[in-house]
Each structure stands twice: as structure tokens, then as C-alpha cells.
Design a protein. Structure first.
Length: 49
């Protein structure tokens, strides 16, 4: 029983770390997308192109 509780605690901590890593990656991706959007915003295409 003790081992099971310890394993559940370890899994919970690992999941929390994974969620934190995913959140940081999502924020970085959002920031990069904003930078890319700014970089390409200077280009204009003609409607007939």
C-alpha cells in the first residue's frame, strides 16, 4: 500500500513537471508566432495574384 501511494505521488509530480514544460513550450511558440506575424506583415499580395 505504501509503495502504491509513493508511486502515485511520483507520477503526480512527473505529470506536473510535464504540464509545466508544455506550458513553457506553448508560450514560446505563441511568442514565435507573433514575431513571425510581425516579420511577414510588411509583405502585401495583390488580390489578382
Amino acid at each position: 500500500m505504501n509503495l502504491a501511494v509513493t508511486q502515485i505521488g511520483d507520477a503526480t509530480q512527473q505529470n506536473a513537471r510535464l504540464i509545466s514544460d508544455a506550458e513553457r513550450a506553448a508560450v514560446a511558440l505563441r511568442d514565435q508566432a507573433a514575431q513571425l506575424s510581425d516579420a511577414v506583415s510588411v509583405f502585401r499580395l495583390e488580390r489578382d495574384a
